[in-house]
Design a protein around this ligand. Structure first.
Ligand SMILES: Nc1nc2c(ncn2[C@@H]2O[C@H](COP(=O)(O)OP(=O)(O)OP(=O)(O)O)[C@@H](O)[C@H]2O)c(=O)[nH]1
Length: 377
C-alpha cells in the first residue's frame, strides 16, 4: 500500500509540475567574467599599458576557452561529469589565464584581484568547501610566486612591498569569502529541505490517509476544475457516487480492521479501473466519488456498471465470510450552469434510489438526458 501511495504521490507531483528539460546557459557566468576581463584589458591596451599584439593574443585565448566550454555545453558533453555546470574546470581555466596574464603583463596585475574575487564568488555557489580551499591555496601560491620572482628580478622596492600587501589582503579576503559561501550553501540546503517538506505536507493535505486517494476537499477543487473545463470547451462531464453496500454490517460483523482492508483494496481496484484523465477520491466513509471528464451520461453509466461488476468479483475471502462486496452507484451528468452542489445532490439522489431499489445496482439522474439502456446484474 505504501508503494501505491508513493506512486500516487509522485504522479500527482509530476502532474502539477511541468517538467522542463534542464537548459544550460549559452555562455556560463564564468565565461562572461572571462570576457569582461578581456574587455578590461582593452582599456590597458588603449592606455598604452600593453601592446596590441598582447591584447589580441590574450583576447583570443579567452574567447577560445569560453567557446570550448560553450561547445561542451551545446553538445551535451557536460552531462557526463558529476558537476554538469563544470564550475571547477571553468574556474581553473579562467584563473590560470588571469595569473598568466598578470605574470606576462605586469600592469594588468591590478585587474587580477577584483576579477579573481568575482570568479571565486561564482565558485562558492557550486564548489565544495574543500575544493574552494584548495583552489584558493593554489591561486595564492601562484600569485605569491609571481610577486617573489618579480621581486627577485626587479629588487625589493616600494612596488614589491605594495604587491606583497595586496597579496596579504587577498589571502585574508578569500577565507572570508569561503565562509560566506559555506553559509550560502547551508541556506540553500535548508531551503531545499524545506521545499521538499512543503511539497510533502501539501501532498498529504489533499490525500486520504487510508486509501491514498484524493480527499473530499481536493475532490471539491477537482470538481470545480472539471466544471470549468466542461464550460469552456462545451463538453460533457459526469460524476459517479459509489457506495459499498451494507458496510456498517461488515464493520459490525468482521471488525473495523476488516472494513479498512475492504476500503483500501476496493480503492486500489477502482483506481486501476479508471481512465488516466478520470479522478477518483474518497468522499467520506465507504463512499467514493469519481469524476469522468469529457464523458456523457451513457458512457458514465457504462463505466459505473463495469466497476460494479468488477467489484462484485473481488475476492475478500480472507476478511469476509460472504467473500464478496457489492456497490451501489449514482451517476449524474453536469448540466451547463449548474452548481457543483446541485450536481452532487442529483448523483446522491440516484445513489439513494439504487439503495432503495435493492442495492448492487447503478442508477442515474434522469433530469438531463434520455436514460441509457443498462441491464442490472
Ligand atoms: N472500517 C471503516 N469503517 C468506516 C470508515 N469510515 C466510515 N466507516 C463506517 O462505514 C459505515 C458506513 O455505513 P453507512 O454508509 O451508514 O451504511 P451502510 O452500512 O453502508 O449501508 P448502505 O449504505 O445503506 O448499504 C459506518 O458504520 C461507518 O462507521 C473507515 O475508514 N473504516
Amino acid at each position: 500500500m505504501d508503494d501505491a501511495r508513493e506512486t500516487l504521490r509522485s504522479e500527482s507531483i509530476n502532474r502539477r509540475r511541468t517538467i522542463k528539460p534542464v537548459r544550460m546557459p549559452q555562455v556560463s557566468p564564468i565565461g562572461l567574467i572571462s570576457l569582461l576581463y578581456a574587455l578590461s584589458l582593452f582599456v590597458f591596451y588603449r592606455q598604452g599599458f600593453i601592446s596590441g599584439g598582447s591584447f589580441v593574443l590574450i583576447a583570443m585565448v579567452v574567447v577560445a576557452s569560453v567557446a570550448g566550454f560553450h561547445l561542451l555545453f551545446r553538445f551535451g558533453h557536460h552531462t557526463r561529469y558529476r558537476d554538469p555546470s563544470l564550475m571547477l574546470p571553468q574556474l581553473v581555466v579562467s584563473l590560470a589565464i588571469m595569473l598568466t596574464v598578470a605574470w606576462l603583463e605586469r600592469p594588468t596585475q591590478i585587474a587580477l584581484v577584483p576579477f579573481m574575487l568575482i570568479a571565486f564568488s561564482f565558485g562558492i555557489f557550486r564548489l565544495t568547501t574543500l575544493s574552494l580551499i584548495m583552489l584558493s591555496a593554489v591561486c595564492l601560491s601562484a600569485y605569491l610566486a609571481i610577486i617573489l620572482l618579480r621581486g627577485q628580478a626587479e629588487g625589493h622596492d616600494f612596488v614589491f612591498r605594495a604587491d606583497l600587501v595586496q597579496w596579504c589582503v587577498l589571502a585574508l579576503t578569500l577565507p572570508g569569502m569561503i565562509l560566506v559561501g559555506k553559509q550560502i550553501q547551508n541556506m540553500r540546503q535548508l531551503l531545499r529541505a524545506t521545499r521538499y517538506q512543503l511539497e510533502h505536507y501539501e501532498e498529504k493535505s489533499v490525500r486520504d490517509e487510508l486509501t491514498g486517494l484524493y480527499n473530499r476537499r481536493q475532490l471539491q477543487t477537482e470538481l470545480e476544475q472539471a466544471r470549468l473545463h466542461a464550460q469552456t470547451r462545451a463538453v460533457p462531464f459526469c460524476i459517479c457516487l459509489i457506495d459499498i453496500d451494507r458496510f456498517k454490517q461488515i464493520n459490525d460483523n468482521c471488525g473495523h480492521l476488516a472494513g479498512d482492508t475492504i476500503i483500501r483494496e476496493f480503492a486500489k481496484t477502482a483506481r486501476d479501473c479508471i481512465r488516466d484523465t478520470d479522478v477518483l477520491g474518497r468522499y467520506g466513509g465507504d463512499e467514493f466519488l469519481q469524476i469522468l471528464p469529457d464523458t456523457d451520461l451513457k458512457g458514465a453509466v457504462m463505466h459505473a456498471e463495469r466497476l460494479r461488476v468488477y467489484a462484485h468479483f473481488l475476492d475478500f475471502q480472507k476478511v469476509l465470510p460472504q467473500k464478496h462486496i457489492s456497490l451501489s452507484i449514482g451517476v449524474a451528468e453536469y448540466r451547463p450552469g449548474e452548481k457543483i452542489t446541485d450536481l452532487i445532490a442529483r448523483a446522491d439522489a440516484a445513489l439513494y434510489r439504487a439503495k432503495q431499489l435493492g442495492r448492487n445496482r447503478v442508477e442515474w439522474s434522469t433530469e438531463q438526458v434520455a436514460a441509457p439502456e443498462c441491464s442490472q446484474q
